[in-house]
Design a protein around this ligand. Structure first.
Ligand SMILES: Cc1ncc(C[n+]2csc(CCOP(=O)(O)OP(=O)(O)O)c2C)c(N)n1
Ligand SMILES: [Mg+2]
Length: 371
């Protein structure tokens, strides 16, 4: 398996040339933890791409090119570090992903082109995830085991043990990754996941990931939860757990690496909570205005890389310009594509089934002819 998902061959253009990198550090450090400087630049570049796509998406929701926005500005470090470490593929030997609605960075780091995000946001017929029928960020990619994202919060935690049980029976190192916000952990589905993944001698390889931005829309976490950290909820089940600063890519990368290795090798669950910022409020429904006063992980990581001489300012600017141009081009192309029409109304509602005599005729396949 590759160490990360990103194909490094297209990375060189924006990075400093070797001759100007003589003073560059080998590693980027946070306390006692490190990642290589090369990996740090890969993570940084993907974080910039993710932020550019999200900022363009917010603009679309304000200009009328899109109808609703929700996403993950402030969670880029967590999302990118996760996406780069996924074992990507189809079937039980690979990781299954049950994502939250703020995970564009996961998908971009896994290799999803920006336009596939925009197609769903702009509700185009070409949207490969839902044919223009679902909210933005509600990805579904069968060839990468990305289970359809749902707006009904936390149900992904009730489904995750199902794919993990299959993976345990199959053998190998495939694990189930399930992501949700901290408010959703109040739902019984979260407890279902803890319960099902810890039955004696039948533990399941589930990595439960909680992105804690301290808000459920407008509800402050501390008004609804007695425990100090969501990760404390793992203790009664004997599940290993950790809380990590989601605004530090070095710490996040290593925490995910440790947790994933544990689930892969031990075939047991792990609960990882990442403390993150929410830089544009909950969604476009509350205005999506920029929130000041919370740590901006992109700005702080940029400063860290500059301070370490791992990058220079002109290279940062080039990366940002390229990412913005990529997002603009994706929007320009997607807006020329058709919306679903009347003829599509009854299509794509049912998956084909050998044992179902009624519905197969309704199913005409997903874009590209894949089933
Ligand atoms: C079962 C259910 N109840 C309520 C809602 C309305 N709702 C949508 S998002 C949200 C807050 C979720 O907060 P959290 O789990 O912390 O995730 P965040 O949005 O902060 O990432 C709520 C209550 C819903 N979608 N589904
Ligand atoms: Mg929250």
């Amino acid at each position: 398996m590759p160490e990360t998902n990103e194909d490094s061959s297209d990375l060189d253009s924006g990075l400093p040339r070797r001759a100007t990198r003589t003073a560059a550090p080998a590693v980027i450090r946070s306390g006692r933890e490190v990642i290589s400087a090369e990996l740090a630049l890969t993570v940084f570049r993907q974080m910039i791409r993710t932020r550019a796509l999200e900022e363009r998406s917010i603009k679309m929701s304000k200009s009328g090119e899109a109808y609703f926005w929700i996403g993950g500005p402030g969670e880029e470090a967590f999302n990118v570090c996760l996406g780069l470490q996924v074992h990507r593929g189809q079937g039980p030997a690979y990781d299954f992903l049950h994502l939250h609605y703020r995970n564009a960075g996961v998908m971009l780091a896994m290799g999803m082109p920006m336009i596939d995000h925009v197609r769903q946001l702009a509700m185009r017929r070409t949207d490969p995830h839902s044919r223009g029928r679902n909210f933005v960020g509600h990805y579904a990619v069968k060839k990468w085991n990305v289970v359809p994202v749902t707006s009904v919060i936390e149900v992904q935690f009730a489904m995750a043990p199902g794919t993990a049980l299959m993976q345990k029976r199959h053998g190998g190192e495939g694990i189930t990754l399930v992501v949700g916000g901290e408010a959703g952990t109040a739902e019984g589905d979260f407890e279902t996941c803890l319960n099902w993944s810890t039955r004696p001698d039948q533990e399941l390889p589930v990595l439960m990931l909680v992105t804690n931005n301290r808000f459920g829309i407008s509800t402050d976490l501390h008004t609804v939860c007695a425990e100090k950290q969501v990760s404390d909820r793992a203790a009664p089940y004997g599940v290993r757990a950790e809380t990590v600063d989601g605004n530090d890519p070095v710490l996040v990368w290593n925490a995910l690496d440790r947790a994933m290795r544990y689930c892969r090798r031990e075939r047991k669950p792990f609960l990882l909570e990442a403390m993150v910022s929410r830089l544009h409020g909950h969604s476009s429904s509350s205005g999506a205005q920029r929130v000041w006063g919370e740590t901006d992980v992109l700005a702080s990581f940029e400063q860290k890389l500059l301070d370490a001489s791992a990058i220079d300012e002109s290279t940062v600017q080039t990366m940002k310009d390229e990412a913005k141009a990529e997002a603009d081009a994706a929007v320009a192309a997607a807006m020329k594509e058709p919306e679903p029409g009347r003829d599509d109304l009854y299509k794509f509602s049912y998956a084909p089934s050998d044992v179902d005599a009624v519905y197969p005729g309704d199913y005409t396949g997903l874009p590209g002819g894949s089933k």
